[in-house]
Design a protein around this ligand. Structure first.
Ligand code: G6P
Length: 473
């Protein structure tokens, strides 16, 4: 097995500092779990940003480095200006809204482009420094779109993969970006460029044609004498671990407590990073519409909405938080009683055990983003339901909707339609709930994160490499 060099903006760790003591804790996220096996087995490295460590003393920093090294992680420290301009600026104020079709959220001037390009150079430099002949490099996500090209210049013979974790928008949208050409050329430095859905891969091909005049031949494009494979690799979750937690006696105890205290109210659940792509206001409006239209549901249902704080330094996220806060207050003010409120809103992060408790207790899970690359919460919910109950309501604009066809699929722009779907889910007969959940679970379990990793890496290994030896074609 070739050594795997993983590259992502964030390392899959959290650095925790309490007084003098510091510790580096491995993240529980899907990417970290799926890749930890191949990463360790291949004796590879994971290169990325460990988060903000600027407040740590030098001895603490040395301790962090040694703990990172033990996890085979190589830190790339971002300066405060890089955080502001590369991460918050170009990555999250330009590329993030663009890829989610939200052109109005992009700034008029792309002043942070040079910071993005320079940070990508730093990543590529560090990877090249650690590269050994025969290594396989796998670059992740939109923060690092120039890295494959920069690596190709430095390491012409390397095997390089790139996976785009967010939507790749229609070429009509992508073309609005002043730096479209450089970004596309950056991605073409890879041997395999992967997306969650065939739709995103198709959008990428048409951007190649319209921006660079490059024609895709079935699943590949030839660029500078090299074959670049394009494909869809829908990401999965560690389904087994969610299922195991769903059987855990402690978690089941928590589920009983949630159910007992619900006082007969049906439980709707939403779990999202607090991000303007997640469609939380529209979801709240759909609940409000149902209560307005059908007085019989008042006092008989509640939505538990978990919103995990995210990118709080970016203005649009702060404004979005205000909007959600206000809407929750308005709905609770209107339909709450002295005994209960229709929206139970929690602005904080939860650990996996707590999440599984909520998933298992819910009658209806609402995953209704206005645009989402995949959405793993939808898959986690299904994995956490070995009781084969619970209804998943899923936006047609989440990548997961291409796979999870047995969910109740909704258009988040249609508030009345969503209110209908919630009511339909609440009234769905048990046989139908079981039939749908069984099919969803089969899908989530067979296409899990381990399948995703092997599918991508096998494809990457199968791409013929260009030899740079003299005389070779
Ligand atoms: C999305 C992106 C990831 C990103 C994550 C959390 O899932 O695809 O690349 O790491 O959000 O966002 P953050 O900005 O906190 O890394």
């Amino acid at each position: 097995m070739s050594r795997l060099l993983l590259v992502s903006n964030r390392l899959p760790v959290t650095v925790k500092a309490e007084k003098e003591h510091v510790s580096v804790v491995r993240s529980a996220g899907g990417l970290a779990t799926g890749l930890s096996g191949p990463h360790e087995r291949s004796g590879g490295l994971w290169i990325g940003w460990p988060g903000d460590v600027s407040r740590l003393s030098s001895p603490q920093r040395a301790e962090v480095e040694s703990q990172l090294a033990a996890l085979r992680c190589v830190p790339l420290y971002l300066s405060p200006s890089e955080v502001a301009r590369f991460y918050e600026g170009y990555s999250n104020r330009v590329l993030w809204p663009l890829c989610h079709y939200l052109l109005d959220r992009m700034p008029r001037h792309h002043r942070d482009w040079d910071a993005y390009a320079k940070a990508n150079e730093r990543f590529a430099e560090l990877v090249a420094r650690h590269y050994q002949p025969g290594d396989t490099i796998w670059v992740h996500d939109y923060q690092l779109m120039l890295v494959p090209g920069l690596l190709r210049e430095r390491l012409p013979e390397a095997r390089i993969g790139y996976f785009h974790h967010i939507p790749f928008p229609s070429s009509e949208i992508f073309q609005t970006l002043p730096h479209r050409e450089k970004l596309l050329r950056g991605l073409l430095g890879a041997d395999v460029v992967g997306f969650h859905t065939p739709g995103y891969a198709y959008h990428f091909s048409s951007a190649l044609l319209r921006v660079l005049g490059l024609e895709t031949d079935m699943d590949h494009v030839t660029h500078e004498g090299r074959i670049v494979r394009l494909g869809s690799f829908p990401m999965g979750i560690d389904a087994e671990s969610f299922e195991r937690l769903a059987h855990d006696p402690g978690v089941l105890g928590e589920v009983s407590v949630i159910q007992e205290r619900s006082d007969g109210q049906r439980l709707l659940l939403g779990i999202d990073r607090l991000d303007y792509t997640k469609g939380i206001p529209r979801r709240l409006l759909a609940v409000q519409r149902l209560l307005e239209r059908e007085p019989a549901w008042r006092g008989r249902l509640r939505l538990v909405q978990v919103a995990v704080p995210s990118r709080t330094q970016v203005e649009d996220y702060a404004a979005y938080r205000d909007k959600v806060d206000e809407l929750v207050g308005r709905i609770n003010g209107q339909y709450g009683t002295v005994h209960n409120v229709p929206v139970h809103y929690l602005y904080r992060s939860f650990n996996e055990r707590q999440l599984v408790g909520l998933y298992r207790a819910a009658d209806v899970m609402l995953v209704t983003p206005i645009r989402d690359g995949m959405n793993l919460v939808a898959k986690e919910f299904c994995a956490a339901r070995p009781d084969e109950d619970g209804v998943l309501i899923l936006s047609e604009f989440a990548g997961a909707a291409t796979e999870l066809r047995d969910a109740v699929i909704v258009n988040p722009y249609d508030i009345d339609g969503m209110a209908d779907a919630i009511e339909h889910a609440l009234e769905m007969p048990v046989e139908e709930r079981r039939r749908r959940m069984r099919a969803l679970r089969a899908q989530v379990k067979s296409r899990d994160v381990h399948w995703w990793v092997s599918h991508f890496l096998d494809t990457l290994q199968s791409v013929p490499q260009r030899s740079t030896k003299p005389g070779a074609a």
